[in-house]
Design a protein around this ligand. Structure first.
Ligand code: ZN
Ligand code: FE
Length: 254
C-alpha cells in the first residue's frame, strides 16, 4: 500500500509526498518550500527518506537544503543536473529505477522544459510525477530545449497506460483549458472538462491527478494529430511535430 499527499505551495505549485506503508519510507517530489512538507510529515509521524527532483528550477528545489538538514534525507535528481540541484546526492539517468521502499520509480528523461528534466513513473502503481513536462491540458514551456525535444519527450508519456495518474507540478489547468478550447473549440470532452475543472476550483479542489486517458481526450499537446485541431489552427495535413511546434508558439503568445 502507498499514499500520495498533495501539498499546494505558493501560488500554483504542487509538491507531493509519496509514502510506502510497508517500509514506512517517504519521498517528496519537488519541494518548493520545506515547512509545509515538514508539517505533513509531522502530522503523519513519517520520516523523510528522499527528495525526488524533476528539474533544477527554483520553485522545484527551494526546500531541498532545509529538508536535507532537518531530516537527513537524500536528494535524487538527474545526473546531468548534478551541479545545479541544491544538496544533490544520488544521480539517476533515463531508464534507471530508484526504489522508495518497495515502490519502484522508473526514470524517464523528458528534455524540453529544461535539458535535464526527468519524470518519475511508478509503473506497478500507475503513478506519474512529471514536473513541468506535462500539465493538465498543457505542457511545459521551452526554456532549454527545442519543440522537437519536448515533443519526443511527450510521446514517451503519451504511450503510458491510459489509467496512469498524472501528478504535475503546477495548477495551470484553467488557463490551459482556455487555450485548449481556442485550438479545438468543438471538442465535447474538452468543453465538459472545462466545466468540471471550474467546479473543482470553485470548491478549492486541485485538478490533479489527471490521467493519460483524460489528456489524450483534451490536451492539445497530445492531440496534434487531430484533424479538427489541425484545421482550427490552419495546419491541416501537417506533420505532428509541425503542429506541436505551432501549438507551443501559439500558447506562448496566448
Ligand atoms: Zn520549471
Ligand atoms: Fe515549475
Amino acid at each position: 500500500m502507498y499514499s500520495v499527499t498533495i501539498i499546494p505551495m505558493l501560488n500554483d505549485n504542487y509538491s507531493y509526498l509519496i509514502h510506502d506503508t510497508e517500509s514506512q519510507q517517504t519521498a517528496v517530489v519537488d519541494p518548493t518550500l520545506a515547512q509545509p512538507v515538514l508539517d505533513v510529515l509531522a502530522a503523519n509521524g513519517w520520516q523523510l527518506n528522499f527528495i525526488f527532483n524533476t528539474h533544477h528550477h527554483g520553485d522545484h528545489v527551494g526546500g531541498n537544503l532545509e529538508l536535507k538538514q532537518k531530516t537527513g534525507c537524500k536528494v535524487v535528481a538527474a545526473q546531468a543536473d548534478q551541479y545545479r540541484i541544491p544538496g544533490y546526492d544520488l544521480g539517476v539517468n533515463d531508464n534507471e529505477v530508484v526504489m522508495l521502499g518497495n515502490l519502484a520509480a522508473h526514470i524517464i528523461a523528458t528534455p524540453g522544459h529544461t535539458s535535464g528534466h526527468i519524470v518519475y513513473y511508478f509503473a506497478d502503481h500507475g503513478l506519474l510525477f512529471c514536473g513541468d513536462t506535462l500539465f493538465v491540458m498543457g505542457c511545459g514551456r521551452l526554456f532549454e530545449g527545442t519543440a522537437e525535444q519536448l515533443w519526443h519527450s511527450l510521446q514517451k508519456l503519451k504511450r503510458l497506460p491510459e489509467a496512469t495518474r498524472i501528478y504535475c507540478a503546477h495548477e495551470y489547468t484553467q488557463a490551459n483549458g482556455r487555450f485548449a478550447l481556442s485550438a479545438e473549440p468543438d471538442n465535447l470532452a474538452l468543453q465538459q472538462r472545462i466545466l468540471a475543472v471550474k467546479q473543482a476550483r470553485e470548491n478549492g479542489q486541485p485538478t490533479v491527478p489527471s490521467t493519460i486517458a483524460q489528456e489524450l481526450a483534451t490536451n492539445p499537446f497530445f492531440r496534434e494529430d487531430s484533424p479538427a485541431l489541425q484545421k482550427a489552427i490552419g495546419l491541416s495535413g501537417k506533420s505532428a511535430l509541425d503542429v506541436f511546434t505551432e501549438l507551443r508558439k501559439l500558447k506562448d503568445r496566448f
